[in-house]
Design a protein around this ligand. Structure first.
Ligand code: ATP
Ligand code: ZN
Length: 725
């Protein structure tokens, strides 16, 4: 068959695909990258359809330049997924493809590593040879390894023992490819607790069909162990497992733990810190079915997996699953869609599930499985609010908290003081004229960083030197106001001169390597007091960490965003959950001016269920998600008036549609943080009774939006299911 027309998704910011002609096209070319003329230049895109007819007369179409046939074509289910993403998030398909495909594949140069990588095992002849051998050889060393450790990937053996030795052993018939299911071999797994075992039994009933589970397990309950057993079962069935983890959690420690557990499985790890080549290679390995486990952050939800058998989303509530720029997708939600599409079970795990998932479990859409106790520790840590209304704080820290740290030090244990604000002080100000260090480009203050002596805007990264005197009135007595992690570190070091104080925030861990080094240092016990931001809040497991103190939690208690209390509760439960995970009991103190606030009461009682019920009731009254579905239309311009005017036009276009779909389109408003990086911002909210209504409306509305010609300096985007409103 030689179809003539190919339909191509190109990375251009318009919701359109483009037709070209090509010769000798076969159905196998669907999903291949292609180079085409575009405008005055060339572009690379993906063939997304082989239509019978083009939208234009065929003679007016241009021919493609080249089709990349060396690399495998993207499979149909992958195309279906990017098409769904484009449709659901109202984003041009070509840009979704460009985001989801690793650069090397996009560039249409071939990616190495298409070779098969079988699991090798010792044959009966091999075992005999091992017994009879009198002289040692490299090939025998391979046999010994296989006899002791079970089957192993050929590529791993080549790395360990050298390629000639592997070839030699194969030639002699001592080793041979074994069954794929051998990759399920598990190493060093602890025996499950009765509770973990019970959970595993329920979850494993899900294999073979679409079944969404919510694994609600308290901090330290050993959810990871349960995931790993499930992964083992999936691999034993000859299937692949996809494990999604939050941005900050994917460390070599976790990679090592998973790879170490499955010595003969191929584990592909995907995250944003990966070099282009490594990402492309992992992607291809997964796509060709050679990877058994894909472990990765949000983007890896787009990894093609022909033998997919299980999806796990760890810490499913985590904000990093939602992308905040470009294609504003939520990887957890796409993972659910994908599990349904591939008819596989999906496990969403968390100690503090998102209210969306919790509600889905309450209403029976997801099946809830619980782990109510910790795996190792006898109890959950004791949590106490510290009332700071009448106490004189020492540089922001209460005496209660300081004494608890002191006791912890005496016992030789680690403590963590959590303050979600990096830098030395959030602002520099002048006491005589009221000048503050504002960012010239944003509605925000510039943060004082003393380690490198700079003022820095955390929103646009604008930097300035620290003035010696007030720029407005010349007063030399300008002062840092408030505190950040650097100042807290200084305070604690002064109070506990004998202690090793270690600060962990984005400034201390700029690169993945620095972040790793810090975690190793803590793990080796080379720090007594940790000062950390949210980077330290989740996932970590340090058995000697027994005390957690929290500063400045109140600041998000009355925030304007309706999700702020949910996030605060999750964050406090997660950070508190770092205490007392091993044999030693843990303690948590939260400084607050509102010790009787229901949030702190629920936290004290470790009562997620009650807090979730309270929050869901409020959401129901106010018609917030999950009792409604939202979208935001956002516009930015040099002046907010321009953004508001365009949004008003967009709203006028929406009104007739809104009525038809039963959705409400609110007036455009300037954003709370009006200026960001020299642009002013406004948005309008769309509220629908549910996702189907919202989707129906957005589909029709966005077609109109693309047809309203915006002023040249205006930019706009839609955010479907926004994380913040
Ligand atoms: N069955 C078990 N026997 C012994 N140790 C276990 C068992 N299950 C888990 N552990 C250990 O308990 C600790 C907590 O487990 P894990 O980190 O998986 O918990 P989690 O539920 O993911 O916690 P969090 O949500 O707080 O991150 C780990 O050190 C883990 O190795
Ligand atoms: Zn700024």
């Amino acid at each position: 068959m030689s179809a003539l027309v190919v339909r191509v998704a190109l990375p251009v910011p318009i919701p359109q695909v483009f037709d070209y002609t090509a010769e000798n096209i076969t159905p196998g070319d669907l999903g291949r990258c292609v180079r085409v003329p575009f405008g005055r230049g060339e572009k690379t895109g993906l063939i997304v359809a082989l239509p019978e007819d083009a939208d234009l007369p065929v003679e007016r179409l241009k021919p493609v330049i080249a089709i990349q046939r060396e690399a495998p074509a993207l499979p149909a289910d992958w195309l279906a997924m990017v098409e769904f993403t484009a449709r659901y998030y109202q984003h041009p398909l070509g840009e979704v493809v460009a985001m989801a495909l690793p650069p090397r594949l996009r560039k249409a140069d071939a990616v190495a590593g298409t070779e098969a990588d079988p699991l090798l095992e010792a044959t009966p002849e091999g075992r005999e040879a091992l017994h009879e051998a009198r002289r040692d050889s490299r090939a025998l060393a391979i046999l010994r390894r296989l006899a002791e450790q079970g089957p192993r990937r050929r590529s791993l053996l080549r790395e360990e023992e050298g390629a000639p030795a592997v070839a030699d052993a194969l030639k002699r018939g001592w080793v041979a490819p074994g069954a794929a299911a051998d990759a399920a071999l598990m190493d060093g797994a602890p025996e499950l607790t009765a509770e973990q075992q019970a959970a595993l039994e329920v979850l494993s009933e899900g294999f073979g069909c679409f079944r969404p589970f919510l694994l609600a397990g308290v901090t330290g309950s050993g959810k990871t162990e349960v995931y790993l057993r499930l992964v083992q079962q999936a691999i034993a069935q000859g299937r692949q497992a996809l494990i999604l983890v939050p941005e900050i959690a994917l460390t070599p420690q976790l990679e090592g733990r998973v790879a170490g557990r499955f010595p003969s499985a191929r584990v592909v790890s995907l995250h944003s810190g990966l070099a282009e080549g490594a990402r492309s290679q992992g992607f291809v390995q997964a796509m060709e079915g050679r990877a058994d486990i894909v472990l990765g952050t949000r983007l890896s939800v787009f990894t093609p997996l022909p033998r997919l058998g299980l999806i796990v989303v760890d810490e499913e509530h985590d904000a990093s699953y939602k992308q905040h720029e470009g294609v504003r997708y939520n990887a957890r939600d796409l993972a659910i869609w994908r599990a349904r599409q591939c008819a596989v079970p999906i496990v969403l795990g968390s100690a503090t599930p998102s209210l969306e998932s919790w509600h889905a479990a309450e209403t029976g859409r997801y099946r809830r499985v619980e782990l109510a106790s910790r795996a190792v520790a006898a109890t959950l840590p004791r949590v106490r609010p510290v009332d700071i209304r009448r106490e004189k704080l020492q540089h922001g820290v209460s005496e209660h908290l300081l004494r608890a740290i002191g006791r912890c030090l005496e016992r030789g244990e680690q403590s963590l003081v959590f303050l979600n604000r990096r830098g030395y002080a959030p602002v520099l100000s002048c006491p005589s004229c009221g000048w503050v260090s504002r960012c010239p480009h944003c509605t925000a203050n510039m943060v004082l960083h003393l380690t490198d002596r700079r003022l820095r805007c955390h929103h646009c990264s604008h930097e300035a030197t620290i003035p010696l005197a007030c720029p407005d009135c010349g007063d030399q007595d300008i002062q840092p106001f408030g505190r950040g992690t650097q100042r807290l570190e200084e305070t604690l070091a002064a109070r506990f001169p004998q202690a090793r104080v270690l600060r962990i925030d984005r400034d201390a861990a700029r690169t993945r390597a620095q972040w790793e080094a810090l975690l190793d240092q803590i793990g080796r016990g080379e720090a007594d007091i940790l000062v950390g931001t949210q980077m330290m809040a989740k996932g970590h497991d340090f058995p000697r960490l027994t005390f957690v103190g929290v500063l400045n939690a109140d600041s998000s208690l009355f925030a304007a965003d309706f999700r702020a209390p949910e996030r605060l509760f999750q964050q406090l439960m997660q950070v508190g959950g770092r205490a007392g995970r091993g044999e030693l009991p843990g303690e948590v103190m939260v400084q607050t001016q509102y010790p009787d606030h229901p949030l702190y009461k629920c936290l004290e009682a470790h009562d997620f269920v009650r807090y979730a019920a309270l929050q869901l009731e409020e959401r129901k009254q106010a018609r917030f998600p999950p009792f409604a579905a939202n979208a935001l239309l956002c516009a930015t311009a040099p002046e907010v008036a321009g953004a508001l005017a365009w949004l008003a036009e967009a709203r006028a276009a929406a009104l007739p549609l809104a009525q038809a779909f039963g959705v409400q389109v609110f007036d455009a408003v300037p954003m709370r943080m009006l200026r960001l990086a020299r642009r002013e911002r406004a948005q309008l909210l769309v509220e629908a009774p549910g996702r189907p209504a919202l989707q129906g409306f957005l589909g029709a509305w966005s077609r109109l939006l693309w047809s309203i010609r915006p002023p040249r300096d205006l930019r706009w985007h839609l955010d479907v299911d926004p994380a913040e409103v």
